[in-house]
Design a protein around this ligand. Structure first.
Ligand SMILES: Nc1nc2c(ncn2[C@@H]2O[C@H](COP(=O)(O)OP(=O)(O)OP(=O)(O)O)[C@@H](O)[C@H]2O)c(=O)[nH]1
Ligand SMILES: [Mg+2]
Length: 180
């Protein structure tokens, strides 16, 4: 990771979504070297199964080839840090709303995060990425599709594993294709 070679031509992408969806993990997967991270240890039991949480943002420069350089940001999922949302989303070219496929509040989170993005980055292309589908027995996209259709242009939905570099890169490429 390093500074962008030409900041004016770099494309700003943001990973948004609730706690533990995999935003920091996805950014780590697509970054050569280490992203800038503001993760801190979580107090025992506060977020089940999770050791760290983002308190400000993740940041990384990712080179996709063919001269495409991405400035990639990750938001904190906790509502406590909601003040970071307009700051980080401002001027975004594209946003990936990440959701955990196991989350009982999946549809609610999908709806509310789409709204956060629409309010703070109205011109950004958006896609929804669903993680953790390896841990659910059956996963239906139907209800999600309805949420991702409601009141705005349809939003593409992908399932992927944020821990896997190639899968995470595919989602980023899909977003760029949607945006161009
Ligand atoms: N089994 C499985 N684990 C996953 C998948 N994607 C991400 N994870 C794990 O889920 C956890 C996600 O943690 P983070 O990346 O810190 O989540 P975050 O969205 O940045 O959360 P906050 O910063 O707290 O908002 C990590 O332990 C990942 O290894 C997946 O598709 N399957
Ligand atoms: Mg994080």
């Amino acid at each position: 990771m390093g500074a962008p070679s030409n900041p004016e031509q770099a494309v700003k992408l943001v990973f948004a979504g609730p706690v533990a969806a995999g935003k920091s993990t996805a950014i780590r997967s697509i970054t050569d070297g280490e992203p800038i991270s503001t993760d801190v240890p979580v107090s025992d039991g506060v977020i089940e199964g999770k050791e760290t949480t983002t308190v400000a943002l993740d940041y990384s420069v990712v080179k996709l080839g063919q001269g495409t350089e991405l400035l990639v940001y990750g938001l904190p999922g906790q509502d406590h840090f909601a003040f970071m949302r307009p700051i980080v989303l401002n001027g975004a070219f594209g946003v990936i709303v990440l959701l955990d496929g196991r989350d009982p509040a999946l549809l609610e989170h999908c709806r509310s995060w789409i709204q956060v993005v629409t309010e703070n980055a109205p011109n950004a292309a958006m896609i929804v990425g669903i993680t953790h589908t390896d841990l659910v027995h059956s996963f239906s996209l139907e209800s999600l599709r309805e949420v991702a259709r409601g009141g705005h242009a349809p939003i593409p939905i992908f399932t992927f594993d944020a821990r896997k570099r190639e899968e995470a890169l595919q989602v980023v490429r899909a977003l760029i294709l949607c945006a161009t």
